[in-house]
Design a protein around this ligand. Structure first.
Ligand SMILES: [Zn+2]
Ligand SMILES: [Zn+2]
Length: 305
C-alpha cells in the first residue's frame, strides 16, 4: 500500500512487487483519456505504479498525481522527449522528473515551437494535395494539448482520406509522402541534460521500434550511457515476445536497467490495454530496483516533507 507524501507529485513508496507501467499518454499529448481518467483506468486494471509520460509536455502531471492519490496507486511524474539522433527520431522517457524545472520547461518550449511550425507545414503540404482545413481540423482533435501527427491522422480518417490512423501514416505522413516534414527535434545530449536537470532518470523508449541496424542501435546505447542514461524499455506495448527477449539480452550484456511501459494512448487501441504488460524476463534488473531509482525517490520524499 502506498502512502501519501505531502504535496509531492510522487505519491508512492510502492511495494517492489507492484505492477509497473512507466510509459503512458493522456490528452495533454496524443492520448484520448484525460490524466485523471487514465489513472482511474490504470488503477481499475491492476496497475500499482503508473508513470504519465506525455510527448514533450508536463501539463497533465498534476491532475494525474491527484487522481493517483485518490485511487491509492503509486505515481511517477514523467515525460517522453522527441530526439533526432542520426536522422532518426528516437524517444527518450524521463521518469521521476520535477516538472517545474526551468531548464526542462525551456527545452519543452523549443520543442513546442518546432511542433507548431511542423503542424502548419503539414497542413500547407496537404493543402497542395487538395486537402484543406487540416490545421484547424487537427487542432480540434488536439483539444488544447500538444499538436501531433496523430491528430492530423484522426482528421484525415474523419475526412475519409484513409481507413485508420495506421493507413494515414503510410499514405501521408512518413518520409517520401506528401505530408512528411523533415526537421530536428532535441539532440540526445540536450534531452538527457533536461531530464537530469529535472532530477529524473532517462530511459530509451521502445528500443526495438527504431529502423536502425543492430550496430547503430549499440552505438545509440553507447552514447546514451555516456550521457548518463540508465535504462531501456525491455517490455513495451509495441514489442513482440521476440523483441522483449532481444532487448533483455541487450540490457544484461550492456549493464542497463530494464523498464516496462505500455505506451497506452487510449481505449481506441484495442490491441493494447492497461494492466496487461508481460513481466520482465528473468535476469533483467528492473529500473525500480536500481539504486538510482531509490535515490531520486528519497530526494522527492525529502522535498515533500
Ligand atoms: Zn514513443
Ligand atoms: Zn509514448
Amino acid at each position: 500500500m502506498a502512502e501519501k507524501s505531502g504535496d509531492s507529485l510522487l505519491y508512492s513508496r510502492p511495494m517492489l512487487n507492484s505492477t509497473y507501467d512507466l510509459h503512458t499518454h493522456s490528452t495533454a499529448s496524443d492520448g484520448t483519456l484525460t490524466p485523471a481518467e487514465l489513472v482511474r483506468r490504470a488503477a481499475a486494471t491492476g496497475v500499482g505504479v503508473l508513470a504519465l509520460t506525455d510527448h514533450d509536455e508536463t501539463a497533465g502531471l498534476e491532475a494525474a498525481a491527484e487522481a493517483a492519490r485518490q485511487a491509492r496507486i503509486g505515481f511517477v511524474p514523467g515525460i517522453e522527449l522527441s530526439v533526432t539522433w542520426s536522422h532518426q527520431t528516437v524517444h527518450i522517457v524521463g521518469l521521476q522528473i520535477q516538472p517545474e524545472t526551468p531548464v526542462l520547461q525551456a527545452g519543452i518550449g523549443k520543442l513546442r515551437e518546432f511542433r507548431n511550425w511542423r503542424g502548419e507545414e503539414i497542413a500547407r503540404r496537404l493543402e497542395k494535395k487538395g486537402i484543406g482545413g487540416a490545421y484547424q481540423g487537427a487542432l480540434g482533435f488536439a483539444g488544447g494539448g500538444i499538436l501531433s501527427r496523430t491528430h492530423f491522422a484522426h482528421f484525415l480518417v474523419e475526412q475519409g482520406h484513409a481507413r485508420d490512423v495506421r493507413q494515414v501514416f503510410k499514405r501521408f505522413l512518413v518520409q517520401g509522402k506528401p505530408g512528411y516534414v523533415p526537421g530536428q527535434w532535441a539532440s540526445l545530449e540536450d534531452a538527457l541534460s533536461w531530464i537530469h536537470a529535472a532530477g529524473g532518470l532517462a530511459v530509451i523508449a521502445h528500443p526495438a521500434r527504431y529502423r536502425i541496424s543492430a550496430t547503430r542501435l549499440r552505438q545509440l546505447l553507447g552514447e546514451f550511457r555516456e550521457l548518463g542514461g540508465v535504462a531501456l524499455e525491455v517490455v513495451s506495448g509495441s514489442h513482440s515476445r521476440d523483441e522483449i527477449m532481444q532487448m533483455s539480452t541487450l540490457v544484461r550484456q550492456l549493464g542497463f536497467a530494464a523498464s516496462a511501459g505500455s505506451d497506452y494512448h487510449g481505449p481506441e487501441n484495442p490491441y493494447l490495454d492497461l494492466g496487461r504488460l508481460p513481466e520482465l524476463p528473468a535476469g533483467c534488473r528492473p529500473l525500480w530496483q536500481h539504486e538510482a531509482w531509490q535515490d531520486v525517490q528519497e530526494t522527492a520524499d525529502r522535498r515533500a516533507i
